[in-house]
Design a protein around this ligand. Structure first.
Ligand code: UDP
Ligand code: MG
Length: 314
């Protein structure tokens, strides 16, 4: 279990009281890694107290507030389980859904996402989230209804790969999906925040979306090149029009002005294309320095002549 915590002192007690029986009831060994993301309240004290009393609890203390996804990465690095489940600390995601996520992992999925069908958030959040999910599905190439739900389960090799990427502006669910072979989504309940307000404001959400777009595609800069080509095509039509007009009606006084327009638009088109081209090269450098793996080997299967059985080694 991985739980990021930012100023959640009012929720921690209730969270643990609901979470512990669920985990005990799963019939597996587990650990719970809480990450204190630079809380200004006494969340850290409460967590340390919990860790003193509960051998299965580990607390990672970050030096300041680094944001939810950075906190999850820190927890991933400090986790050991074969399956890692992330959960918000505010009890919006019911811990009681965890066994269903684990079942879906056992069914052979690498990543299982929660899908908040009936979401209890402000309307603007829901609308923004719909657009966000469509966009993310498109650029990651893995369609999902809900990329924002942090009640999710990941297999170890996915977690390791995400940690290895060590990205500066990681969006964990999208990154994980881009490395997964089988992804499932199951509807989960969603509740009002137990206490306090969302730790995200509009700016924070916009930043997250922008991170995602620039982190997963070169689309914004490629749109410039496409605009450049579009301008060229329109300009060619304009030139045809001017030439046609001159052939039919003969030279006109304002002809020079139209010609000027055509030349101007051609130049603007060239400029767009040039910027797009530079962007394309910068984008390639970006893809290289990011060092995301091009592939992940899970196992090498070889024939073992002693046992006459095909063998696998990790
Ligand atoms: N969180 C965090 N660091 C932050 C912001 C949020 O660790 O900078 C944690 C927060 O404590 C909660 C989870 O991330 O456990 C989700 O945050 P929140 O409930 O505010 O987001 P929302 O549910 O509105 O998307
Ligand atoms: Mg929340």
């Amino acid at each position: 279990m991985v739980i990021p915590v930012y100023n959640e002192s009012a929720n921690l007690d209730a969270l643990w009281r609901r979470l512990k029986p669920v985990l005990d009831g799963c019939g597996r060994t587990y650990e719970v890694v809480f990450v204190d993301d630079g809380s200004a309240d006494n969340s850290l004290d409460l967590l340390r107290e919990l860790a003193r009393n509960e051998p299965r609890v580990r607390v990672v203390e970050l030096a300041r507030n680094f944001g939810q996804h950075a906190a999850i990465l820190a927890a991933f690095r400090n986790s050991e389980g074969e399956v890692v489940v992330t959960l918000d600390a505010d009890l919006q995601n019911p811990p009681e859904e965890i066994p269903r996520l684990l079942d879906a992992i056992d069914a052979g999925n690498d990543v299982v996402g929660g899908w908040r069908e009936d979401r209890h958030d402000q309307t603007f959040r829901k609308v923004a989230s719909r657009m966000h999910n469509h966009l993310t599905s498109l650029i990651v190439g893995v369609p999902m209804h809900d990329y924002g739900c942090m009640l999710r389960a990941y297999r170890r090799h996915i977690v390791d790969t995400v940690v290895e990427c060590d990205e500066k502006a990681a969006f964990v669910p999208a990154l994980a999906n881009s490395f997964a072979k089988r992804v499932a989504e199951i509807p989960v309940g969603h509740e009002q925040r137990a206490s306090g307000d969302s730790r995200y404001n509009l700016l924070g959400l916009a930043k997250l979306s922008l991170n995602l777009i620039t982190g997963f595609s070169l689309l914004p800069i490629q749109m410039l090149s496409i605009a450049g080509i579009g301008i060229f095509i329109l300009d060619a039509a304009l030139v045809l029009l001017i030439v046609g007009h001159r052939l039919i009606y003969g030279p006109q006084q304002e002809g020079a002005l139209w010609l000027l327009f055509a030349v101007l638009f051609a130049l603007i088109g060239v400029m767009f294309l040039a910027i797009g081209l530079v962007g394309e090269y910068v984008g390639r450098i970006y893809l290289e320095v990011r060092r995301r793996p091009n592939y992940i080997v899970r196992a090498v299967h070889v024939h073992d002549f002693d046992s006459r059985e095909p063998q696998s080694r990790p």
